[in-house]
Write a new protein. Structure first.
Length: 435
């Protein structure tokens, strides 16, 4: 986790303090269940909660023990025994390290997901607000980076809203995918611990019992989770790249807010660079990169190995912290995005009517001209605009073959911009439920 791209609330989920507190809660809830089953004294379970619950775990002491034991869970349990006293012998009855580690990891991922869902809600709210603000702001749509046909800037933002709405739904499913608990002991057979303990811990921690955990929770769940984060990152990048293109000097239809006192370049004082969306493009690459090792973690040896462990110690915090930061940054970009409607209209008109070529093509075919001939007629006039800086409407009106098929009034009518925006309300109703 790099502080530059981290936010405190998400970072706290992955702190040592939080991890050890969750470990304790897992162990203490298991003791409660064992006490109810008569496996350990109820007084012991109470003592464990009373002393352990009130304790502040000494991270330096745990690290000291681990340097000797070379085992993090044993180090924690040893330190917990120093706090709890003789009743600590009842902690971890019938359990294995993976029961604690896997259950804790999933709790952390769930908590992280809750923050990410809140981030997405904020982003969706910003996108919706700006989409309605620019619902009727005419701009040029582009394909291959080339002028295509008119659309509105609000439609662009509505598309982003719909995409992130899908991302949110995927994240909800991803949360459910990893919200499982394993308290099943060595190789997952419950030989030394009753399945009721797992069910109790799962309920207490807001999880469900893993149906078959071997000795670890199956990592296909986590692969799906991190893949979902990667998809969200890709959507962040898609919108960021769009903004970066729109901010190019020769386009300048929208740009990131440039605050008072901000500097764009150490060498060129005039620069106003899209640094935030460029940063988001880079962060998206990192979040996607974490998906691949999560996929490779699925193939563990037999009932358990720890080849996944080092991977998850990195990708769990890094992927969620980075995505949390990226979503918040993108929300700020959208909320403060500076939009230039006049530039949009000027760019649309830059090639003097070419954006209406399809309407002319269709009009000619409807007038009885074959599609091949209609395409040839429209294209030969369009090329004059590209190559000779002609006016498309004037060239069409001067073309005898075009005039033979269509009257002047019909040709002029095909250059109405309103034609291209007549279904914007329909699009908005589909996306937002209201226009």
């Amino acid at each position: 986790m790099i502080p530059r791209y981290s936010r405190p609330e998400m970072v706290a989920i992955w702190s040592q303090e939080t991890k050890f507190r969750i470990w304790f809660e897992i162990e203490a809830h298991a003791c409660d269940a064992l006490a109810k089953l008569g496996v350990i004294p109820e007084s012991a379970a109470k003592t464990i909660w009373d002393k352990g619950g009130a304790a502040t775990f000494d991270i330096d002491r745990i690290d000291e023990i681990e340097r000797e034991t070379k085992h993090d869970v044993i180090a924690f349990l040893t330190h917990l025994a120093e706090i709890v006293g003789p009743d600590a012998r009842f902690v971890h009855q019938g359990m294995t390290s993976s029961d604690v580690l896997d259950t804790c990891f999933n709790v952390q991922l769930m908590r992280a997901t809750d923050l990410l869902l809140a981030d997405m809600d904020a982003l969706l709210a910003a996108l919706k607000k700006r989409a309605f603000e620019h619902k009727d702001t005419i701009t040029i749509g582009r394909s291959h980076g080339i002028h295509a046909e008119p659309t509105t800037f609000g439609v662009k933002l509505a598309q982003a809203y719909a995409e992130f709405s899908r991302c949110r739904e995927r994240l909800v499913h991803a949360r459910a995918e990893i919200a499982t608990c394993a308290i099943s002991g060595a190789v997952g057979t419950f030989a030394n611990i009753d399945p009721q303990v797992e069910e109790h811990v799962a309920e207490a921690m807001g999880l469900t019992a893993e149906p078959v955990s071997t000795q670890v929770i199956p990592r296909d769940r986590h692969a799906m989770f991190f893949a979902t984060l990667g998809v969200i990152a890709s959507s962040i990048e898609r919108l960021s790249v769009e903004i970066r293109h729109l901010q190019r000097t020769e386009v300048l239809e929208a740009e990131e807010y440039f605050s008072p006192g901000q500097k764009g370049s150490s060498a060129m004082p005039h620069k106003r660079n899209p640094v935030l969306t460029e940063n988001l493009t880079g962060l998206a690459r990192m979040v996607r990169a974490y998906a691949n090792p999560a996929m490779e973690n699925v193939a563990l040896w037999h009932e358990r190995d720890i080849s996944h462990s080092s991977v998850e110690r990195m990708i769990g915090p890094d992927a969620t912290v980075t995505l949390d930061f990226a979503l918040a940054r993108l929300t700020g970009v959208i909320d403060k995005l500076v939009v230039y409607p006049d530039n949009m209209l000027a760019n649309l008109n830059k090639f003097r009517g070419l954006v209406h070529s399809q309407r002319m093509l269709l009009a000619l075919t409807q007038a009885g001209v074959s599609r091949e001939d209609a395409y040839r007629l429209v294209q030969r006039n369009a090329m004059k605009v590209w190559e000779q800086d002609k006016d498309f409407l004037e060239e069409l009106l001067a073309d005898a073959d075009v005039r033979a098929a269509l009257p002047e009034e019909t040709i002029r009518e095909k250059f109405d911009l309103g034609y291209h925006t007549k279904h914007v309300d329909t699009i908005f109703r589909r996306v937002f439920g209201t226009a």
